[in-house]
Design a protein around this ligand. Sequence first.
Ligand SMILES: Nc1ncnc2c1ncn2[C@@H]1O[C@H](COP(=O)(O)OP(=O)(O)OP(=O)(O)O)[C@@H](O)[C@H]1O
Ligand SMILES: [Mg+2]
Length: 397
Amino acid sequence: MAQLTAQIVSHDADFKQHIARLVRACGVPVGILEGRSGAEIGGPDLVVVDIRADAASGMAAIERIRAASANVAIFAVASAAEPDLILRSMRAGANEFFPWMPGGQTQASRDMEESFHGAVRRSAARREAAHAGAKPPCITHVFLGAKGGAGTTTVAVNSAVEVARLTKRGVVIVDLASSLGEVALFLGVRPRFTVLDAIENLHRLDKDFLKELISKHKSGLDILAGSEQFDRPNAQDAPAIEELLRVLARLYDYTVIDAGNIVNAVAVASLYAADAIFLVANPDVPSIRNAQRMVDRVRQLGAGSERIKIVLNRVSDQNLIAPKQIETALGYGIHQMFTSDYRAVSEALNSGVPLALSNHSDIAGQFGTFARNLVGMSAGEDAKEQPERKRVFLGIF
Ligand SMILES: Nc1ncnc2c1ncn2[C@@H]1O[C@H](COP(=O)(O)OP(=O)(O)OP(=O)(O)O)[C@@H](O)[C@H]1O
Ligand SMILES: [Mg+2]
């Protein structure tokens, strides 16, 4: 689904934070627009306007936003549901009106949250319908490790290469793993620029500038390499990362993200943008314990726990924990298993040639199946047989 872009107009930081949480917890991929925008970024799909402190300037803001766009969804949030205010905000151009009820403790506040979520979902559906026939929405796949060394980068990189190879469309892999990501290394590419260059130049991040920052892999995959600084991207960079992901969603057909194995602010930004979150675990106790915690955390964040899919990596006959036990422990079915094949994986890593391009091992075949599932292709089908989908980005290179 296309990401819904939202903006919150308020001088109150707590309000902004609370509304951002509400918007993000609505179960559809969203990005919150903050600060300056890149040249490729259009206006928001949804604007939430705080009219609590000053109704007159709130109305003026709603009128301005409505004048700038007939299609944007405008939600007004007031201190209380006064009929006069409701009428004035609707006349100014608001589509929805909500009384401010933070906390979620009372039934009234839970009802308000529920109807807010419903309204956001309706806006997303309307946006989807309005854009039908335009560029198909970018699909964002996030790979998150249940523990360090689970194979998150291996799975993300090999999947991205397969998606690029199978679809021959615009596919970018973004390395958001904290401290020194390894995506480019796994692909045998020496990047000149990284995600930090992208977020530090967001205001001029159009497709031409992005072209400079991207490294290309011979499979057709584009790479936005990981930072070379230990402490970045960090929590302060998270809003810029969210914006970067929105820019990429406009330019590419598929975004694949290596989110590392820590649910920090940067990883959270990617989780909110995700169509699917692949939790990469090994069949061992630390993985399963951490995976349980991560599933709980994603639920808490409201990032749509139904988007989580369990990927079990390094499966072998020697494993002491059976896949069924893992499914019971996590409360999720296992979406995909990759066998343990150190030789095939490390040969691919050392040569910089991903599995799918280099050999015919079981694990290479498993990546083929997994990637076909990701892009909705059946076995044997190739890109030409797919319905024509306009190649948006790669054409510029
Ligand atoms: N299916 C597999 N079979 C055998 N070895 C594997 C498999 N998947 C990954 N490995 C190996 O496990 C090691 C860790 O893999 P990788 O770097 O992809 O994990 P990661 O979760 O991204 O680690 P990090 O926490 O450092 O980011 C590598 O040496 C890799 O070759
Ligand atoms: Mg990694």
